[in-house]
Design a protein around this ligand. Structure first.
Ligand code: SF4
Length: 336
């Protein structure tokens, strides 16, 4: 299969390293990659949009264009249209029900989630919000102000999670504005940013942005690397910029069939994260979301993998293997 742009060797380095150039040149149609009607990918992308940047497309090309770990997470798949399987729904964690204001989810007493942006640098096929990104709203600063008032009226809240979509696809001022409005509240101990861009669009983490986020002294970043092959030099440099700016960075990986469901793959991932000074924090069993059943690994197998990996890496590199269970008060360990 001939790929567009021939590995982008003709792109100027300055353009390649410009996250806005990457987003302007994102591909949103699998037909442009040479896929046709026969494999069901086009039907799948009608239901669940497709988006990859040139950066991710190059990673796909270098790691298995149709069946490598980068490809499997990005390419539409006819199996997304099957189901729902038992236990699956569009909104397993009742985000729409637990939303007292547009763009705000209050599921746990001590923390709230703010949908800061609906844009992503890649449309991950296993996304927990794959059925919700068209339902949620991303509030403007007036809406963010109302969320701030809500937080003040709920003094038990001590942590704000900026999520989405991907909050780091906002421009620098918009991100810092959203961080500061919450970080300036004495009741708030941490503003957590949930973002995949260190992995999917590492050039977005500029020195300037990292420095401004680090200056708040309350920002924590949670990212998502799912396979060691995602740890490119560019991704490692992005994580280093965050860590060097004083920001604790943790990784919340997802256990995905066909991507990382072996002890060797997981151990390689966790070691690679540790080398980047990114804490392997959680490994989630794929959430019970419609359109993701082909990715799901059984809890029993997840527990076996946990035992195997625990004998391969030290405790600092071993995340908690967990499942997010609807209505549970916290993340639960996988069943042994
Ligand atoms: S970047 Fe995050 S929110 Fe966006 S599609 Fe991927 S997992 Fe979902």
């Amino acid at each position: 299969m001939k790929l567009p742009h021939d590995d982008f060797t003709s792109v100027a380095t300055e353009d390649w390293n410009d996250w806005r150039w990457q987003m302007r040149h994102a591909m949103t149609d699998v037909c442009s990659l040479g896929f046709g009607d026969a494999d069901g990918r086009i039907d799948a992308q009608r239901r669940y949009p497709f988006l990859v940047t040139p950066y991710w497309l190059r990673l796909m090309r270098r790691t298995g264009f149709t069946d490598g770990p980068a490809a499997v997470q990005a390419l539409p798949d006819a199996r997304e249209l099957l189901g729902p399987e038992e236990g699956e729904c569009d909104d397993p964690f009742r985000e729409t029900e637990l939303s007292p204001l547009p763009g705000l989810v209050h599921r746990f007493p001590d923390r709230v989630l703010v949908v800061a942006s609906l844009a992503c640098a890649m449309r991950c096929r296993h996304c927990t919000r794959k059925n919700l990104l068209s339902v949620h709203a991303a509030p403007d600063m007036d809406g963010i102000g109302r969320i701030r008032d809500y937080v003040v009226a709920h003094p038990a809240v001590r942590e704000v999670l900026l999520s989405g979509g991907d909050p780091l696809l906002l421009d620098d001022d918009a991100i810092v504005e959203r961080v500061e409005i919450f970080a300036s509240l004495p009741q708030i101990d941490a503003v957590r940013i949930g973002t995949r861009v260190p992995c999917t669009l590492p050039m977005r983490v500029t020195d300037a942005l990292a420095t401004r986020l680090g200056a708040s002294r309350k920002v924590w970043v949670n990212t998502q690397f799912n396979h060691a092959l995602e740890i490119t030099d560019e991704a490692a440099a992005a994580c280093a910029r965050l860590v060097d700016a004083g920001i604790p960075v943790s990784n919340q990986a997802v256990l995905l069939r066909g991507v990382n469901d072996s002890a060797d793959a997981l151990a390689d991932l966790f070691r690679g994260l540790q080398r980047m000074r990114v804490r392997p924090y959680y490994l989630f069993v794929c959430d019970p979301v419609v359109g993701t059943s082909h990715f799901r690994v059984s809890e029993e197998r997840a527990a076996e993998l946990e035992d195997e990996v625990a004998s391969m890496v030290g405790g600092l590199a071993l995340p908690r293997f967990v499942r997010d269970v609807p209505r549970a008060p916290r993340k639960l360990p996988v069943r042994h």
